[in-house]
Ligand binder design. Sequence first.
Ligand code: BGP
Length: 461
Amino acid sequence: LTYVFPKDFWWGSASSATQMEGYSKADGKGPNIWDYWYETEPNRFFNGIGPNHTSQFYSRYEEDIKLLKETGHNSFRFSISWSRMFPEGRGKVNEKAVHFYNQVINRLLDNEIEPFVNLYHFDMPLALQNEGGWESRSVVEAYVEYAGTCFALFGDRVQKWFTHNEPIVPVECGYLYGHHYPAIVDFKKAVQVAFHSMLTSAKAIEKYRSLSLPGKIGIILNVTPSYPRSEHPADLDAAEKADLLFNRSFLDPSVKGEFPQKLVEMLEEEGFLPSYELGDLDIIRENTVDLLGINYYQPRRVKAKEHLPNRNAPFMPEFYFDTYDMPGKKVNPYRGWEIYEKGIFDILKNLQENYGNIECFISENGMGVENEERFINSEGIIQDEYRISFYKDHLKWVHQAIQEGANVKGYHVWTFVDNWSWLNAYKNRYGLVSVDLDQNYKRTIKQSGYWYKELATNNGF
Ligand code: BGP
């Protein structure tokens, strides 16, 4: 073996409730924004496939947990569906949901797979979105109630908790770029949503610690390293601003307990500071994370603005910078995302050097590919060599960062079984295991799944 990882390294994968549970109306689940959007605007979704049509983990979790075992997992991240637990977002808890998550947690533990549980993965209950979603202070309180209920119900067994997955995504997709409901374009609201998501994270951490449970709590952030086109001061400044807006807006308060001063100044200058209550900043300061999950897919290539922004158009982050295509870049042609493996190393080194070497792990990394049935061999197995290479090329850099002292505890791929993706439905497949939608969701382990088992068994490659 050339790349050996530290003892007890977490080999696993990540998933999310809306993307895999299915049964979006069963057993008392309330609608969330995805259920609602699909019902009202199905054409937004690739091939008209919606969140009721996912890999049906809700009824197939026993089989899936066996497959987790067969593919070498010692850990698995899933999210709890807020609207399954609380159909109205708050109030009376749905006992059938409690039963389901208890079963999942217990089966994972029976199989010596550690559950990593995330509380929020883009799935606002509709009832709370109708109150304004993350824009609204009342939703902050509803979230803390929901989080506290989950800690109390499952915290005796779950020892890895996460308050949010990629909180910047609902901000950019829901309030700037139109990819998530409510699909509005309003920078001031976007900042308020970001602030409240950050506040809920700190408040949930505070709640968790007050219960003296045995585990750790953190947050999962998608970090997109911001590379300037040149060393020219204007390019450096543009890259720094993109980094402040998209990365440090959550990274700094989550790990250091405070928002970067420069970010605050940028927002203040444009009149975009959020409203907050006395004491909020203390809560954020006092409740930083134990553990950080890093999702990495792609970098951001940034250069100084070439033209003055149009002051009559809605204010966007791109007011501060331009992005560009790096000549000769490697791309995943299906998803269109740049593949830059060293980015993962740069993130980990940054955490080591500038964030107190916080305990962290790679919580998502993966490659979505279209029409994988092209690669099925005579034994019916998808030969996804490209995915194995993708993982190896990233793992080499993770290994390098660990050699240089970064505090990395694990690696989770996105994802386990091919799942439904927000707007792209089943266009791009990411799984270690395929799902056949035409054959009653039949699962088949891909070559990458077998490789993953070997990787985890050997603790390296
Ligand atoms: C991450 C999300 C996941 C997942 C993944 C792949 O940002 O946390 O939920 O969907 O990206 O992206 P996509 O499904 O859009 O191709």
